[in-house]
Each structure stands twice: as structure tokens, then as C-alpha cells.
Design a protein around this ligand. Structure first.
Ligand SMILES: Cc1cc2nc3c(=O)[nH]c(=O)nc-3n(C[C@H](O)[C@H](O)[C@H](O)COP(=O)(O)O)c2cc1C
Length: 403
């Protein structure tokens, strides 16, 4: 039977993250929808990020008292209401006016950390003032400029708890989808412009108040260019340099006094190196399959990394998480927390801050239900003995992009 999804715009009637995704895609013009959904090249890894969960199934334990099931967990010595962290996403205000702040406020209200991107449309100081809660700062090292020093200093002064250094776009991808939407850097082509005109609700929310959102977090480094989003983006893209190595991580370790995580790790060797240079954690990630097509899903490598690293590092994982069952599988296989990127962005587009809270609420209630069905009263009772993995996947389905 064909699965049906909610097709309206009443947030409270969205039952799943997929419902929110469909609501979000109806609201966005095509270039923004592609920016949200797009993956590298043929999107094989984008599909695999979802399909990999089908290769893992639960082996439940029955007849245990599940009247009280706890989703809370400890991360870096503090309790959080559920094992979720909002992932860093750049240019978030393109999806919804005030997007960064809405995400951060929702995270604070739901008792989970929020990660601000270097490429945010909100300055990190402003976000700290307006959102509160547990905040992590994501870092890109850009070219010769001292962006890195600036971000580190400001994040420390503004009380960010952790620095998340992203390593997987040092060699950037072609972003083929972007080329189909733009006639030159950040100049939309005619069909994309017409599509913008067909989305007045989005234009009124995003474009009319302030024009295209700018990369204000790094504005001091590109003072002239930043006034124009096109030039800023072109310039920033050139600043992603491929000569970043573990020496940079060691340097960061010396400068940043709080928790340091490396995002984009996909092998036990690199996880070990992260531990060796003194990182506190890693984010196993393929960047939501946005860049490197045909690379593996972090879920495939998680059991090996967890076995090799044990308690030496905090293991955060992301890429493809859309269901509470996905989250529980990762926790059972050794992750300590799960970053969500698109899942909360769908909520943001569909309903602003309440939409993000709705997305987190959907995931939390699914996590709680799966824990109960599995016979675990809390995430601390999970373990690999509860998962059966079958690497052959008979029912791989195309993901069916709706944009
Ligand atoms: C629109 C968008 C923008 C992103 N921007 C960044 C970024 O600026 N820095 C970063 O480290 N990761 C970025 N990511 C990757 C996310 O942090 C995360 O790794 C990814 O979204 C996880 O996969 P998921 O979307 O399937 O949950 C971005 C992802 C999306 C969808």
C-alpha cells in the first residue's frame, strides 16, 4: 500500500519528520530547496545515509517494566533531555527569517545543545545573547585570514561550551545542483527567479525584511564583499584550502581551552588520531552526503570506532537521522549523541521556532517508544547485543527527491 503523508500546513498535524520535510519543500523556492536537500554528484551516499538503517534491526527483550522510560543522557558532564544536538548549518536564514536564533532557542527550550556554523547569518555574540542554552561553535579554517583566531576568541568570550572543527570540505565539491540554479555565482537563473516569484510567503519572510541573508559572522574579514552576498560567497568558497592537516588540530587544541570535537571523521585511524592530539570528541559524519558522493555512512564505521576508542572519546554521529529508531540504533552501537541537520531544518521551514521544537518532540517521542519496545528503560541500557546487522539490503529504494 502506498504510504500517505500529511499534505497541509498545520504544524500540529505533522506526525513524522517526513511530514515536516514535505511541508518545508512546499514553502521553499527551488534554489533554497536544493540547498537544503542536495547531495554530492549522483546522491548515492545521500540515499545510503537512509538505507543503511534498513540493514540494522532490533532484537528486543520482553516482559520488562517499561512504565517509565528515560530519554535523558549525559554529555560532557551535563545532563541533556535527549541524546540530540542540533548540527551546524550555514546560511540558515535563507530557509526562514531569524533561522539561527529560532533553532538555538528551540534547542535551549528542549534542553539540548545547538551548534552555530561559521557560515551563520547571525553573529555568534548576538546568538549567545538572544538564545542562551548550551551552545557549541563550529569552525572552518578559511585561507590565510585569521578567521580561525577571531572565531575562537569570540566564541570563548561568549561562553560557547565546545568548538567543532569541520574537516570534510577542505577539498570542496562541485555542487552540481547549484550550477543548475545559478547562471553565475549566486546569480539565480531565470527559471529559479520565476520560482522565487511563485513563493511569495517565503519572499515576504526572508527577502523583503533584509534582502538575501549575509555571512555576518565573518563579516569583519570581507568588509566590502560581505555587503554583497554573491561576492562574499564566491570569496569564501575560494578560501577553503586543501592544506589543512592534523598540525592545525594540534594548534587548535593549544588555543581552545574547552571541549574540542573534530567533525567529518570516517575511520577508526582518524578517530584514534583525534584522541592522540587531545580532542574531547569526534563527530562521525559525511556532512549529510552534501559533498563526497560514494563515501560510506558513519553508521557503517561506528561499531569499529566505538570498539577501538572505548571511553577515550565522546562519539557524536550525524548524517541521515530522521527517526527515533535511527537514533536508538546509533546509541546502541556506541554513539553518545546524535547531531540532526535537516530534520530540525524541516521543522524550522515548516513552522519557525515552534516547528523546530515540534521536530525535536517527534524524535523524542519516537526514541522513547523504541526504547520501551526494545525493553530498555533508559539509553544507558542500550548495547550492540540489541542490534542485528545484515549487510545485504534487499529493498533499496530511490529516495525520490521532491524538488
Ligand atoms: C543546509 C545545510 C548547511 C550545512 N552547513 C554546514 C556548515 O556550515 N558547517 C558544517 O560543519 N556542516 C554543515 N552542514 C552539515 C551538517 O552539520 C550535518 O553534518 C548534516 O546536515 C547531517 O546530515 P542530515 O542533514 O542528514 O542530518 C550543513 C548541512 C545542511 C543541510
Amino acid at each position: 500500500m502506498k504510504r500517505r503523508y500529511y499534505n497541509g500546513s498545520d504544524l500540529s498535524r505533522a506526525v513524522t519528520i517526513e511530514d515536516l520535510r514535505r511541508m518545508a519543500l512546499r514553502r521553499l523556492p527551488s534554489f533554497a530547496a536544493e540547498f537544503l536537500e542536495g547531495g554530492g554528484e549522483d546522491e548515492l551516499t545521500l540515499a545510503w545515509n537512509r538505507d543503511v538503517f534498513k540493514t540494522m534491526r532490533f532484537e528486543p527483550r520482553m516482559l520488562k517494566d517499561m512504565m517509565v522510560v528515560r530519554t535523558s543522557t549525559m554529555l560532557f558532564g551535563s545532563e541533556m533531555a535527549s541524546p540530540l544536538v542540533i548540527a551546524p548549518t550555514g546560511h540558515t536564514n535563507v530557509f526562514r527569517g531569524g533561522g539561527d536564533v529560532a533553532l538555538a532557542r528551540a534547542a535551549a527550550a528542549e534542553g539540548i545543545p545547538f551548534t552555530l556554523s561559521t557560515m551563520s547569518n547571525t553573529r555568534l555574540e548576538r546568538l549567545a545573547g538572544e538564545a542562551g542554552g548550551r551552545r557549541w561553535m563550529q569552525l572552518y579554517i578559511l585561507g590565510e585570514k585569521a578567521v580561525r583566531d577571531d572565531i575562537i576568541r569570540r566564541a570563548e568570550e561568549s561562553g560557547y561550551e565546545a568548538l567543532v572543527f569541520t574537516t570534510d570540505v577542505n577539498v570542496p565539491s562541485l555542487r552540481e545542483w547549484e550550477r543548475r540554479q545559478f547562471r553565475k555565482t549566486s546569480k539565480l537563473n531565470l527559471p529559479a527567479l520565476v520560482d522565487v516569484a511563485l513563493h511569495p510567503r517565503w519572499a515576504l519572510d526572508v527577502l523583503v525584511p533584509n534582502g538575501m541573508p549575509k555571512l555576518v559572522n565573518i563579516a569583519d574579514f570581507f568588509p566590502d564583499e560581505i555587503s554583497s552576498t554573491d561576492r562574499a560567497l564566491a570569496l569564501v568558497r575560494k578560501e577553503f584550502v586543501p592544506n589543512i592537516t592534523w598540525d592545525h588540530v594540534a594548534e587548535l587544541r593549544e588555543r581552545w581551552p574547552r571541549k574540542l570535537l573534530i567533525k567529518g571523521v570516517l575511520s577508526p585511524e582518524d578517530a584514534q588520531r583525534a584522541a592522540d592530539v587531545g580532542c574531547d570528541g569526534i563527530v562521525l559524519s559525511n556532512h549529510g552526503a552534501r559533498h563526497f558522493d560514494s563515501c560510506l555512512s558513519p553508521m557503517e564505521i561506528l561499531p569499529e570506532v566505538a570498539a577501538a576508542l572505548g571511553d577515550k572519546l565522546t562519539i557524536v554521529i550525524d548524517s541521515g537521522f530522521r527517526r527515533g529508531s535511527d537514533v536508538v540504533k546509533a546509541l546502541a552501537l556506541g554513539a553518545h549523541a546524535i547531531m540532526v541537520g535537516r530534520a530540525t531544518l524541516y521543522g524550522l521551514v515548516a513552522g519557525g521556532e515552534p516547528g523546530v521544537r515540534h521536530a525535536i518532540g517527534i524524535l523524542n517521542s519516537e526514541i522513547e517508544r523504541v526504547l520501551g519496545q526494545l525493553g530498555c528503560a533508559g539509553v544507558d541500557e542500550l548495547g550492540p547485543h540489541l542490534i542485528r546487522t545484515n549487510p545485504t539490503m534487499p529493498h533499496a529504494e530511490p529516495i525520490g527527491r521532491a524538488v
